[in-house]
Design a protein. Structure first.
Length: 262
């Protein structure tokens, strides 16, 4: 696992955007570059940096296919808290990506299981995901894979915990009951099948989860800990997220990255 520690959130986002853009630009295969994307507060700064790069001609999304991590079940795409709406408002409407290259789970499907199976099949049709960017919750969940979700799980229906609904209620008028109780989400196995996984961890409230990912054991309690088993896992974080790491761990990753730059 690679851990890239930046001074603050803005620098973390710039680093992540530069990394993603470099991977897209280096892609020489005939097939598109396949990029997995999250929603939430963590990636907004990365999207803003990628938009700047796109408008400056530093990266093109014409040959990029995207798959989003999740979507609320029963929430129409026009709803301002749907992840379809979030992605278009914060990213897709500002870059030149073909509409047909955008893939987001259909939260209004009449057959959730079939929709999830279709999603997995479509990912496979592109040869898998090249780079999956993600964020984690304060309890270490990745996508909507709450604690104790199988680490080999695939795309499916997820029941949201009370804690997750409370955290997300800030987007629903601070009423947890307005937050959908279920979502469609890629699985931990879906994410770790990707060639690379880049996870963003920012803020003191994520410090405990950060320590669990980096220093703890692999456990369903912290679904993000599955990254320890991935050869291409990268964590991009800020200083505040490192508050629970042991000093030697913190110094180790700073030292490794310093040598990478030499």
């Amino acid at each position: 696992m690679r851990v890239v520690i930046q001074d603050n959130y803005d620098k973390m986002c710039k680093w992540a955007a530069n990394y993603i853009a470099a991977k897209i630009n280096a892609h020489k295969e005939d097939r598109p570059f396949v990029l997995g994307l999250p929603t939430g507060s963590s990636p907004i700064g990365v999207y803003q940096e990628l938009i700047k790069k796109n408008k400056a001609g530093e990266v093109s999304f014409q040959n990029v296919v995207t798959f989003n991590m999740d979507e609320y079940l029963g929430l129409p795409r026009e709803h301002d808290q749907s992840y379809w709406y979030f992605m278009h408002d914060n990213f897709f409407d500002h870059i030149e990506i073909p509409a047909e290259n955008i893939n987001i789970l259909n939260g209004m499907t009449d057959d959730p299981e079939a929709e999830c199976a279709r999603y997995e099949k479509k990912i496979a049709s592109y040869g898998g995901i090249d780079l999956f960017m993600g964020g984690i919750g304060v309890d270490g969940h990745l996508a909507f894979n709450e604690p104790y979700t199988s680490l080999s799980s695939r795309t499916g229906v997820r029941d949201l915990t009370t804690d997750t609904r409370i955290v997300n209620s800030r987007f629903f008028g601070n009423d947890p009951e307005k937050v959908p109780a279920q979502a469609l989400s890629v699985g931990i196995g879906t994410v770790t099948d990707s060639k690379e996984v880049l996870v963003l961890i920012s803020g003191h409230n994520k410090a405990r989860a950060m320590a669990a990912v980096v220093e703890g054991g692999v456990s369903q309690r912290w679904t993000c800990s599955a990254l320890q088993m991935h050869n291409g896992a990268i964590i991009a974080c800020d200083e505040e997220a490192c508050g629970e790491l042991m000093v030697d761990t913190y110094k180790y990753f700073l030292d490794i990255e310093r040598k990478e730059r030499l």
